[in-house]
Design a protein around this ligand. Sequence first.
Ligand code: PEP
Ligand code: MN
Length: 364
Amino acid sequence: MEIINIKDWGLNIDISAETPLLISGPCSAETHEQVLETCTEISKMGVQILRGGIWKPRTRPGSFEGLGIIALPWLIEAGKKTGLPVCCEVANAYHVKEALKHGVDILWIGARTTVNPFAVQEIAEALKGKDIPVMVKNPVNPDLELWIGAMERLIQVGINKIAAIHRGFSVYNSPKYRNQPQWEIPIELHRRLPQLEIICDPSHIAGKRALLYEVAQHALDLNFDGLMIEAHISPDTAWSDALQQVTPAGLKELMEQLTTRQTDSSNPDYLKKINQFRELIDELDSQALELIDQRMEIVRKIGNYKKESNIAILQIERWIYVREMCIKKAKKLGISKKFVEEFINTIHNESIQQQTRIMREQDK
Ligand code: PEP
Ligand code: MN
């Protein structure tokens, strides 16, 4: 798919490699004063795009669901006053129509909308023929295809100024974060669509201010293309997401704490050293695969032998022994238990499949 990068969205903002792209603003637009004050203050702190929630999808009825169109002119006014582009969430065709009519510069589709192909299709159709950037948050459930599908629906109607926003995934009784980051999912998205930029939303992942730094820093360590962080002049009295919003001063402090990484380097000394390491890694990966191949060869011999002897494939005591032995060995080597469990489970599943094939072939 043809995707246009943020620097070519025609936004008249300075995107340098030195600092991450920063989108910030309140979770919800609450009052004229709150929007204007928050946006004016944070515009002095390196924010390049302003956000403000106009329509808020809330989990339970009775929570504050956004002020709707009366708040849109405040966001536009904040944009004019600060000279920054503004963005808001849209969840249906009516939101799209009103946001475009008022002059919002960028739209985003929220996690609770990305999850619903009917809603995304309705938004896409309302956007047909328009030239506006759209950012797509991940769906609430960890379904990469649904996330990609939402972007494909936009591309189908000619929207190609697209970026993704990673805001984490819901789980029941989330132990630490409000939403689990499951970093492997945005990494896989990046592998599948290398030209698509991905912005991290540490606010909705962390759910509380104290955890913003570690999530945002991890996103920068993984080379994400920007951050979306909720800010509010008085977070503790915010009408939505009070625990995770930061004051403008808090935003400044957070940005100062963060270390930006370079995407890559052309320094010859760095390149020489890194290439030496990478050659070693390539050689070790190749040896590891050859060893696994040798292991599978023996697995197939055992499969044939079991078949001849009419013995079942799965011998549970043996599997318990193999798994325990690997966990013990990994502990001595300092390899994590989670990793070795996943590793040996994958090998074991493949071994069972190979032996099953042998049994079936000879059964015929
Ligand atoms: C938001 O950005 O305020 C919001 C509602 O986010 P999400 O769609 O990630 O829940
Ligand atoms: Mn929010």
